[in-house]
Design a protein around this ligand. Structure first.
Ligand code: ADP
Ligand code: MG
Length: 311
């Protein structure tokens, strides 16, 4: 029988979790962590498939290259680490082996150059039909800075960087043929919170952190499960410019979702804004009962909200 994406991952995490970990943290966070003494290395991988993650007709090759890097650096930032190196594997259809891949590499290069990330390996193959891109991202941070999904505490403020829902509204615009709305442009040119991730990593008041790749409705559940807690989210507080469903259930925002010690929240938000220009908005609170509750002006919401899953 076909399984859901999450139960498939849960099953392999269980089976392979029984094997030796060899010093690496097991499946379950944005990156695995390897203790290096004073510092830790963080490592993760993400794949982008043509017609699933991008449409060649709707994004330029440069945009796909830049985005392929950013979605991977986002997972490093989500650990509170600084991205240092990537490996890039490409499976290229006949139609993309010339000009297209050159454009792709220009976009990828631009991102690597902007953030001082080294490209240190990969693989190149032909593909019969669609382009497939896989990146392994490696980052580094002082061990004490690493932020895990498992560190949320009851009473913490749940908060997000930036604004949510823009990317998924952009995807809808693109589907309707509107490639140049502000949201469509934001969707095509993903931007990871690299500077903010490192900044928040240095901040002791930040407890759990992850990136928002599948929508808060789905992503908050990872923090709840890993931390053994619940959450109450106030829909009217979510920083959204479009329908609230984009902001809660739409994917690919690449903002950071984190929990902060309640008494420190105001100070952290103010300092983050002062140092990076990025807003941090409180959207809810961590609770003890392991349930996820959506409120609208303090009253339980009727909306059915579920994040994105591949299957
Ligand atoms: P993210 O959105 O940060 O990439 P996911 O929610 O996709 O994370 O995955 C959850 C966890 O499962 C992560 O720790 C990820 O590394 C792991 N994971 C996902 N797919 C696989 C797989 N095929 N094999 C091993 N680990 C996987
Ligand atoms: Mg992630």
């Amino acid at each position: 029988m076909k399984k859901s994406e999450f139960s498939f991952i849960d099953d392999i995490a269980k089976t392979f979790g029984a094997l030796p970990h060899n010093g690496f943290e097991p499946i379950g966070d944005d990156c695995t962590v390897l203790d290096m003494g004073a510092d830790a290395l963080v490592i993760s991988t993400d794949m982008l498939v043509e017609d699933v993650h991008f449409l060649r007709g709707a994004s330029t090759a440069e945009e796909v290259g830049y985005k392929s890097l950013m979605v991977n650096l986002s997972d490093v930032a989500a650990m509170g680490a600084t991205p240092t190196a990537v490996l890039l594997s490409l499976s290229l259809s006949e139609a993309t082996q010339g000009e297209w891949v050159e454009g792709f590499m220009r976009g990828f290069y631009e991102g690597c150059k902007s953030y001082g990330v080294a490209l240190v390996g990969g693989d190149t193959t032909a593909s019969r039909d669609k382009v497939c891109i896989n990146v392994v991202a490696i980052g580094r941070a002082p061990k004490a800075n690493i932020k895990r999904r498992s560190a949320a505490k009851v009473g913490d403020v749940v908060c997000v960087t930036g604004r949510l829902g823009i990317s998924s509204k952009g995807l809808v615009d693109i589907m309707f043929g509107d490639l140049d709305t502000a949201a469509a442009k934001a969707h095509r040119r993903a931007q990871a919170r690299i500077v903010e991730g490192r900044w928040l990593g240095e901040c002791e008041a930040v407890h759990a952190m992850m990136d928002v790749s599948d929508g808060v409705a789905s992503d908050i559940k990872h923090i709840m499960e890993q931390s053994g807690v619940g959450a109450e989210i106030e829909l009217t507080k979510i920083p959204a410019d479009y329908d609230i469903r984009y902001a809660t259930t739409g994917g690919e925002d690449y903002e950071l979702l984190l929990t902060v010690a309640a008494e420190r929240f105001d100070e952290v938000a103010e300092a983050l804004y002062r140092d990076t220009g990025t807003t941090l908005t409180a959207i809810g609170v961590i609770t003890a009962d392991r349930e996820l509750r959506w409120l609208e002006n303090g009253v339980p919401s009727e909306l059915e909200l579920r994040g994105f899953t591949h299957f």
